[in-house]
Design a protein around this ligand. Sequence first.
Ligand SMILES: Nc1ncnc2c1ncn2[C@@H]1O[C@H](COP(=O)(O)OP(=O)(O)O)[C@@H](O)[C@H]1O
Ligand SMILES: [Mg+2]
Length: 231
Amino acid sequence: MTEERKNLIEVRNLKKYFEVGRGQVLKAVDGVSFSIKEGETLGLVGESGCGKSTTGRTIVRLYDATDGEVIFDGMNVHSLNRQELKRYTRKAQMIFQDPYASLNPRMTVTDIIGEGIDIHGLYKGKERQKRIYELLELVGLSREHANRFPHEFSGGQRQRIGVARALAIEPKFIVCDEPISALDVSIQAQVVNLLQDLQEEFGLTYLFIAHDLSMVKHISDRIAVMYLGVL
Ligand SMILES: Nc1ncnc2c1ncn2[C@@H]1O[C@H](COP(=O)(O)OP(=O)(O)O)[C@@H](O)[C@H]1O
Ligand SMILES: [Mg+2]
């Protein structure tokens, strides 16, 4: 039986330019269009500097778009009011490439994972703690890790914390920006397997960014190749 799935995300002619001084403009993303169906993984590959991260960051609204549209579940992501934007940021999350730079070294694991829970007012007190333990176990860590700091963990464990942080607010869509590139080859597969298991369990939709095909082949339903700001 074939199941008709709808597009969760439609990216239409998306552009992101950076002003880099003296009137110079760097066209990091220059008219990119694609869609991703609910529960699907779209791989996005291309050499370093071609605009992959900028595309991902613009989709989740870490950047404002220069032009073009991102339609998520029927709403235009770049024309939301504050309240709608908050709702959107709960549904669209990002996992970053460098698990060393992307976790605040002064925050405990509980604070890192709990931040989104607090911002969105999801759980308080005992419920919040219980949820954090649950998330740690979900990503293959344990409650004993809750009060530790990022430097006490290996790269793979840190990326698991990054995954737990993204999952904490129950998103539908996650941009995985080279989530395994900085990890030892021996643990890359573990993190990919974790992401796949979580996708199945929660029906997540992924934009999975990588710099080479070998990484994304296994996890992606379709693959888009980016070169100098275009697909
Ligand atoms: N915040 C920024 N300000 C200015 N230029 C940027 C910024 N972020 C990225 N760029 C430039 O945009 C281009 C695309 O970068 P990026 O999206 O990080 O590529 P990728 O993720 O494919 O390696 C690069 O030339 C990069 O130097
Ligand atoms: Mg990048």
